[in-house]
Design a protein around this ligand. Structure first.
Ligand SMILES: [Cu+2]
Length: 268
């Protein structure tokens, strides 16, 4: 029996919804209050840890991360206990979403790479779990050392461009690693954080493909992108984990992301 009219309408609507489902990307985000701590600056950083759609300014609910830490001078420190739960959302979102903040006191010179390993996020629309290993580097007190050292996460982006002191228009180059090895031809998604401090004109994408930029890495997992506006830029390389997570008795795929954030400033 052919489906009734209301059923056909429903199917058509569902198909339309699928077709129209925007490819807006989820991004783990670790955004510090300052990216370069100079001698006269406040030495306490406030760091926000979120799961968002950066250009659309949409929040997703974020459970307490499995691990939050910093690598400095070759040493890793666990900062998970410093995380405080906060609620927020974009102006056009109903309801509030959980994200996390932590304060961190800079005491010594050098590069501080903050990293987060989130608790797996169940995404029913994609029938998978998402874990975005996310990093950001803060330079402190005049010593430029450590930014190019991997943290040792399951997957991560390691910068080949020094990730601070970047001008608008600079090219950011990085390498995608999975279990410490380059990922040939990795696809990297890039988004601008519309909520960047100092962003006076919110970016309105003229069409969906403008929301998330896409570049492909070369055979050594190396990619580049030139950032056209001042603010924070997120780079995200997605891979499938070689492990699964049980969800209601079924083994589910886990999408693991390597995410890295850098900040640009206008030349003037
Ligand atoms: Cu999302």
């Amino acid at each position: 029996m052919p489906p009734c009219r209301s059923m056909r309408t429903l199917i058509a609507a569902a198909l339309l919804l699928l077709a129209a489902a925007p490819a807006f990307a989820h991004f783990g985000a670790v955004i510090p209050s300052d990216d370069i701590v100079a001698r006269d600056d406040a030495k306490t950083l406030s760091i926000e840890v979120k799961f968002i759609h950066p250009l659309e300014q949409h929040y997703m609910e974020m459970a307490k991360p499995k691990q939050f830490g910093v690598k400095h001078g070759g040493q890793k420190s666990d900062l998970t206990a410093a995380l405080k739960e906060v609620k927020g959302g974009s102006p056009d979102q109903t309801g509030k979403f959980t994200f996390w903040t932590a304060d961190y006191d800079i005491r010594r010179p050098g590069d501080y790479t903050f990293f987060v390993e989130p608790t797996p996020y169940w995404e029913p629309a994609e029938d998978l779990y998402i874990v975005h290993y996310t990093k950001v580097c803060v330079n402190a007190l005049g010593l430029e050392e450590g930014w190019d050292v991997p943290v040792g996460l399951e997957t991560e982006i390691v910068p080949l461009t020094r990730p601070y002191g970047l001008w608008t228009g600079n090219l950011f180059t990085g390498q995608v690693l999975l279990k410490g090895k380059p990922v040939p031809h990795a696809e990297v998604e890039i988004e601008y954080l519309n909520a960047s401090p100092g962003n006076i004109s919110v970016v309105l994408p003229p069409a969906d493909p403008y929301v998330t930029q896409v570049v492909k890495a070369d055979a050594d997992g190396i990619f580049s992108y030139a950032m056209p506006k001042a603010g924070w830029w997120g780079f995200s390389a997605l891979n499938e984990a070689d492990w699964t997570i049980d969800h209601e008795g079924m083994k589910k795929t886990v999408e693991i992301g390597a995410v890295y954030w850098v900040r640009t400033r206008d030349m003037r």
